[in-house]
Design a protein around this ligand. Structure first.
Ligand code: C2O
Ligand code: CU
Ligand code: CU
Length: 572
């Protein structure tokens, strides 16, 4: 962007600061205990004075209460849908069974209640919840349905950290929205209303001691380059899935949609000072939504050039420093918790996920729709089968000109590398979103423990919600090979001929009940073919594609959820 134009836009973005009224930063209420009721409902909100906008919220008009959960505790969440539309509620980052995860298969019909119940297994950290219906996520999150989750555990409790909610432990839900014609709009690129906890230009007084900021990027597409207007160093103590081993000192930190970070500010002796949490988006590299440029100069995203936030530096929230509370944290911790990252050598296999536009072209390279491994999300297709207990490297290869924050449900991972280089210290802990740079790659390592359900998938997807809704998402199931082996002993699956040469074989599973689903799974655990077989208790033909010679697993599930599997060889 040329200098003069850039400065003008910069001024345009910064000028309203001087006019900021003293809007106090809203602090969402908290809910805790073993039974939590959430109602997702319609509301209205005044983002600009005198302009009432239709919104969605949990238990209110916009956003939702912060859920306080204890590791080891059991919680039942009763989620009632009071919207005139289908919805789901996903516990982003929590390690729960696929049934409890609230993904796109857990639809809540209007005027009904969904009640997942689970034990909290997560480390102390900051998580969040939001709707996740297939094709509905962007609309419902943009309308305002989202909330924060704080998990506490004994290790965190033993540290001298700020944890008085709303006083020295501050939730900050960072978002931008497009308001066009008086209503929240999608996909315009005109998301120029910057808000924190639903408020524009808010101010919060912080005590002159150590303060903890829990930052959540709840924006649909925009990334923030966080920093403070007074240039002060902040200390990152935790990311998506837990605390770091030691605080990491930074003056800038990228936070992409879906990501969380906990920061400490050392404000001792600063009473009377004012500063702002900023996004220094002028420093974001090409390809990250929010940067001055996305793409190669040959194409521009819809509305991108007209949005003054893109590539400029702007304030998210203002802080004033008041008197210390007298009871809080006064010194920065030097060590936090052991993170015990997974060693690369422990991996059982690597899966590669290649992201490409559905069709090639300069516009498509930045706008999508984007596919993962040559396909868009299909609710009826399981893309990956993972064995319970497996340690896997997931490699994301980005053949597009947009940076994608890729999120995996069920697990937390460690980032091994990005474009071949190890992550910086602040990204070395537990994560559930990884930034995959344009025309670049990232590798993460994780272990799939505790929950197996061959029937109910988890999701992996881009957390740019438009990309997700357009199908940049896939489904994986976790299967327990021992459970399947037990059933196999009593329910053998017959396949002939085996090896298979012609692309067709006959299968018979004497104990099958009703119509069976069949999956052909390659040595990497990837589903290469899916079919359904009516009454497989009799010999039935099964046509397989010829995905290349090699050993495959043929997995069948019947109508009563019995499983069987056998190894088949496909010859060239
Ligand atoms: Cu925050 Cu699959 O979502
Ligand atoms: Cu999630
Ligand atoms: Cu994306």
């Amino acid at each position: 962007m040329p200098g003069i134009e850039h400065r003008l836009i910069h001024l345009f973005a910064i000028a309203p600061l001087a006019l900021w009224a003293q809007v106090p930063l809203p602090i969402p209420d908290t809910l805790s205990g073993s039974s939590i009721n959430l109602t997702v409902q319609e509301g209205t909100w005044e983002f600009h004075a005198g302009e009432m906008v239709n919104t969605y919220g949990y238990n209110g008009d916009l956003l939702g209460p912060t859920l306080l959960l204890e590791q080891g505790g059991t919680v039942t969440l009763n989620v009632t849908n009071a919207l005139p539309d289908l919805t789901t509620t996903h516990w982003h980052g929590l390690h729960v069974s696929a049934e409890n995860d609230g993904g796109p298969h857990s639809l809540i019909y209007p005027n009904t209640t969904w009640s997942p119940s689970f034990t909290v297994l997560d480390r102390a950290s900051t998580f969040w919840y939001h709707p996740h219906g297939h094709g509905l996520t962007d609309y419902q999150v943009s309308k305002g349905a989202a909330g924060m989750i704080i998990v506490r555990d004994a290790q965190e409790a033993a540290l001298d950290l700020p944890r008085t909610y709303g006083v020295d432990d501050i939730p900050l839900i960072l978002q931008t929205k497009a308001i066009v014609g008086g209503q929240i709009a999608l996909h315009t690129g005109l998301d120029s209303v910057v808000m924190v906890n639903g408020a524009r230009g808010a101010t919060k007084e912080l005590p002159a001691q150590v303060v903890r900021l829990r930052c959540l990027n709840g924006a649909s597409e925009r990334s923030f380059q966080l920093g403070f207007s007074n240039g002060m160093t902040f200390h990152v103590i935790g990311t998506d899935g837990g605390l770091l081993e030691t605080p990491t000192d930074l003056t800038r930190m990228r936070l992409m949609p879906g990501e969380r970070a906990e920061l400490l500010l050392h404000l001792t002796g600063m009473a009377g000072e004012n500063f702002q949490l900023m996004s220094y988006a002028s420093e974001l590299p090409n390809g990250i939504i929010g940067a001055a440029e996305v793409g190669n100069g040959m194409a521009t995203l819809d509305g991108y050039d007209q949005n003054a936030l893109n590539g400029s530096d702007y304030a998210l929230v203002s802080f004033s420093v008041g008197a210390p509370t007298g009871t809080g944290t006064t010194a920065l911790p030097t060590t936090l918790v052991p993170t015990n990252p997974i060693a690369e050598a422990d991996a059982d296999l690597t899966r590669t996920f290649t992201m490409e536009p559905q069709s090639m072209g300069p516009m498509e390279m930045i706008e999508g729709p984007f596919e993962i491994n040559g396909t868009l999300m299909d609710m009826d297709v399981i893309n990956e089968v993972v064995e319970l207990g497996a340690t896997e490297i997931w490699e994301f290869v980005n053949n597009t000109m947009v940076g994608h924050p890729i999120h995996i449900h069920d697990i937390q991972f460690n980032i091994l590398d990005r474009n071949g280089s190890p992550p910086e210290a602040w990204e070395s802990g537990w994560k559930d979103v990884v930034y995959v740079p344009p025309m670049g790659s990232a590798r993460v390592i994780t272990r799939f423990d505790d929950f197996a359900d061959p029937d109910m998938p988890y999701m992996y997807h881009c957390h740019l919600l438009m990309h997700e809704d357009e199908g940049m998402m896939g489904q994986f199931v976790v299967v327990d090979p021992n459970a399947i082996a037990e059933q196999e002993a009593t329910a053998p699956l017959q396949v002939w001929p085996n090896p298979i040469t012609s692309g067709t074989c006959t299968v018979r599973w004497p104990e099958a009940k009703g119509t069976a689903s069949a999956w052909l799974i390659d040595a990497m655990g990837r589903v290469v073919h899916e079919a359904s077989i009516a009454d497989a208790s009799e010999a039935r033909p099964l046509t397989l594609p010829t995905p290349g010679p090699g050993p495959y697993t043929l997995l069948l599930r019947d109508a009563s959820n019995q499983y069987t599997q056998t190894t088949v060889s496909i010859l060239p």
